[in-house]
Design a protein around this ligand. Structure first.
Ligand code: SF4
Length: 378
């Protein structure tokens, strides 16, 4: 695997000419995406990766932007069949952070120069929790203003499917990005992973509502799902394009033993990592100026997975900022990294990882995607 080779001089690795030519095509169609995702030999993979890195630097620059991740609550009213904190999992120690805890994490993000944070939770529509989120958003924007960041932290919400009114209310409170992963755009795979009351169409409706309200919208998928094909993955990328998505967070499928999908056969770890990195690279080639996260799920399967993600075309990292004592309770998949570290440990580790990938950290900036900025500026 040659996604992360910062010690090797640029251009010193052999590349497949056929894959390099395909990756550089101006308009990639479905067949092209499938072909690029099929890269297996090292020179094929390197051709795709190198072109994706070139496209990233040309359209987004070398900055890597940070979103401090705060996991506000692991209580969830939903029952996704792959998820470690699904409501049926009785082995989870449920928690909800207090407003003061959330604000303290946000202040820490701001002090460290992370320009944005992600407030994530299980899917909850109860009034008490949504009130907490609204209050937190209002206060975070207000209390994290500084000379270096006069508008305060940028806030991304990731709290699942909600009503239009709720999305609107939270937008008005000051959240400006929303991440709602679709997990797979193949309706059959989606149905296999979700309870009957979570429909494919309702997820799409939510994504459209979010855009209509004015959010920058992010979505993403799992890679290496049981029964998933390269055509499915190509369709996922085309879906991001059709929905005019601003940011993408996707990572390898990691079966959780305490869930109904824990025992299903899926590609081996190396294959899932290869595919996940190729998805980042090929999504970059197709979409060019969106933000793409190098997710912690990649690092869970490969100790340098996030660096490899950056070198494959990602430009966002979400450092863990949840209080250390709850991190182990928020495990959508097993093997989540950074459970024992505190925010300062995570900061120095990340600085090193970003530099190792040959990139620069974008501090004190929201780091909105070039794609969203272009749309907003007409
Ligand atoms: S994936 Fe999200 S909505 Fe589904 S069970 Fe897990 S936390 Fe809840």
């Amino acid at each position: 695997m040659n996604f992360c080779t910062p010690t090797i001089k640029k251009g010193s690795r052999p590349v497949s000419e056929a894959f390099a030519a395909l990756a550089a095509k101006a308009e990639l169609d479905r067949a092209d995406l499938v072909k690029l995702l099929s890269a297996k030999a090292l020179d094929e993979i390197e051709a795709v990766r190198a072109e994706a890195e070139r496209v990233l630097l040309a359209h987004c620059g070398e900055g890597v932007y940070l979103r401090g991740l705060v996991e506000a609550s692991n209580a969830c009213a939903s029952d996704c069949l792959y998820c470690g904190i699904r409501k049926s999992n009785r082995d989870v120690n449920r928690y909800t952070l207090s407003l003061e805890d959330i604000l303290s994490c946000a202040r820490q993000c701001a002090d460290m120069g992370y320009g944005s944070m992600v407030l994530q939770s299980g899917e909850r529509a109860d009034r008490k929790f949504l009130g907490l989120v609204e209050e937190a958003v209002l206060r975070i924007r207000d209390e994290t203003r500084s000379e270096k960041q006069p508008d305060g932290l940028g806030i991304t919400l990731c709290i699942g499917q909600q009503s239009y009114e709720t999305y609107q209310r939270l937008y008005e409170a000051g959240a400006h990005r929303y991440l709602l992963r679709i997990e797979s755009t193949n309706p059959k795979l989606f149905a296999q992973m979700h309870p009957a009351d979570q429909t494919f169409q309702s997820r799409i409706d939510c994504l459209k509502m979010l855009r209509q309200i004015g959010y920058q919208v992010g979505t993403g998928v799992m890679i290496g799902l049981p029964g998933q094909t390269l055509e499915d993955l190509a369709d996922d990328i085309l879906f991001f394009d059709t929905l005019d998505i601003d940011m993408i967070g996707m990572g390898p499928f990691i079966p959780h033993p305490g869930t109904p999908m824990g025992d299903l056969p899926c590609p081996d770890v190396a294959e899932r990592v290869r595919l996940a990195l190729l998805m980042i690279a090929v999504a970059r080639l197709k979409l060019k100026d969106v933000n793409i996260a190098a997710t912690t799920a990649l690092q869970a399967l490969d100790p340098v997975g996030r660096e490899k993600g950056l070198r494959a075309g990602a430009n966002i990292i979400m450092p863990q900022m949840s209080p250390t004592d709850v991190r182990a309770d928020y495990q959508l998949y097993p093997g989540k990294p950074c459970i024992e570290e505190n925010a300062t440990d995570c900061q120095s580790c990340l600085n090193m990882r970003i530099e190792f990938a040959g990139r620069k950290i974008g501090l004190y900036a929201w780091g909105d995607s070039a794609h969203a900025r272009k749309r907003q500026n007409g």
